[in-house]
Design a binder for this molecule. Structure first.
Ligand SMILES: Cc1cc2nc3c(=O)[nH]c(=O)nc-3n(C[C@H](O)[C@H](O)[C@H](O)COP(=O)(O)O)c2cc1C
Length: 343
């Protein structure tokens, strides 16, 4: 199978390989899936105006993320149920991402312990939701710091979990209970105050930074004014996301929201984006628009359904595609891509 067909076929092969409700759980958006359905087309609609007469003999697709080099300009976004998608779950994702020199963001609902993930040597960040009683988050945060997490990603678009019509909560609560939340104390969810906080505010960024000593990334920002509030509250990065279309349906595409957030942040923090990115060219569009990095949610999960080797191949094929596109657009680095968007 040629490269392009292999990457583009990941979703269909995952659909065939996984139990129907598990595939549906991964692929679905909330409500009518309007936001989820339009995400990829938004990136694909962009056209480049490539540069010519530049030396592209040596090309570097690497970037610096929170002060450390990443060999690839994307990371793996936090997703649950990785051990349901493949028995090797988060460990396969971690090993393949470490080999690619990328960053793995681990869901706080992961089914593998932080210690095991850290032991793979991958550079990893913890994604957290905060509970109503913030002190209940402390043991999980401490475990993550002890296991080597080097940033904390606070997801802020989920005061409640949005309704999904097809495969809802039951999939992870009842079908795959062993694949989730192994980093929580067994009694955590039965304690008062353990439900998701509905009163998150900028002060929570301070609290998290102080508790963990780590840079805080805010995931789930779509508006310039909110991005500014994050920067003022000390966020190290703002992550433009609509949760893959899984929270507020009919939320605008991240493609549409990225430029406003970039303008508001004005380089005072890093800006990441996710949602619907499925190819190296999609990634290049986001970088050329000014994102500091891109994150991939469903694509690595689909690859994981074929095992660690497929996640490694996904990273390798995306890198080939990005490097080729850099050369074809007269760019030696990601920084050179600013300005190659047509129009
Ligand atoms: C199956 C699944 C589980 C997810 N679980 C989480 C999670 O635990 N925490 C979180 O912040 N985001 C979660 N997300 C959202 C992703 O981190 C990311 O924002 C989104 O998937 C990006 O869109 P994409 O899948 O089109 O790349 C999940 C997404 C999917 C598809």
């Amino acid at each position: 199978m040629n490269t392009c067909a292999w990457l583009a076929g990941l979703e269909d092969r995952a659909r065939s390989a996984l139990p129907a409700e598990l595939f549906e759980y991964v692929a679905q958006g909330s409500r009518d899936s309007v936001t989820a359905a339009e995400a990829t087309d938004a990136w694909r609609s962009v056209r480049f105006q490539p540069r010519a007469l530049y030396d592209v003999t040596e090309v570097d697709a690497g970037i610096t993320l929170l002060g450390r080099r990443s060999e690839v300009p994307w990371g793996v976004a936090p997703t649950t149920l990785q051990r349901a998608v493949h028995p090797a779950g988060e460990l396969a994702m971690a090993r393949a991402t470490a080999a690619a020199g990328g960053v793995l963001v681990v869901s706080s609902n992961a089914g593998t312990t932080f210690a095991e993930i850290g032991a793979t040597g991958v550079r990893w960040w913890l994604q957290a939701y905060l509970p109503a009683d913030r002190t209940l988050a402390e043991p999980v945060l401490e475990r993550a710091v002890a296991a080597g997490a080097d940033a904390l990603v606070l997801t802020v678009d989920t005061p409640v979990v949005a309704t999904k019509y097809t495969a809802g909560r039951s999939v992870w609560d009842t079908v795959y209970p062993e694949s989730i939340r192994v980093n929580f104390d067994p009694l955590h969810d039965s304690q008062p105050g353990s439900s998701k906080a509905t009163d998150l505010g900028p002060h929570d960024l301070d609290w998290l930074a102080e508790r963990t000593g780590l840079p805080v990334v805010v995931k789930g920002i779509l508006r310039p004014d909110d991005a500014r509030r994050c920067v003022q509250a000390g966020a190290a990065a703002v992550w433009v996301s609509n949760h893959g279309g899984r929270q507020l349906d009919r939320a605008a595409s991240t493609f549409a929201c990225l430029p406003g957030v970039l303008t508001a942040v004005e380089g005072a923090a890093e800006v990441y984006v996710d949602g619907g990115l499925r190819s190296g060219l999609d990634i290049l569009v986001a970088l050329a628009l000014g994102a500091d990095a891109v994150f991939l949610g469903r694509l690595p999960l689909y690859a994981l359904s074929e095992g660690e080797g497929a996640v490694a191949r996904m990273h390798a094929e995306l890198l080939d595609e990005v490097v080729e596109a850099l050369r074809l657009s007269g760019c030696r680095s990601v920084a050179d891509t600013r300005g190659i968007i047509h129009g």
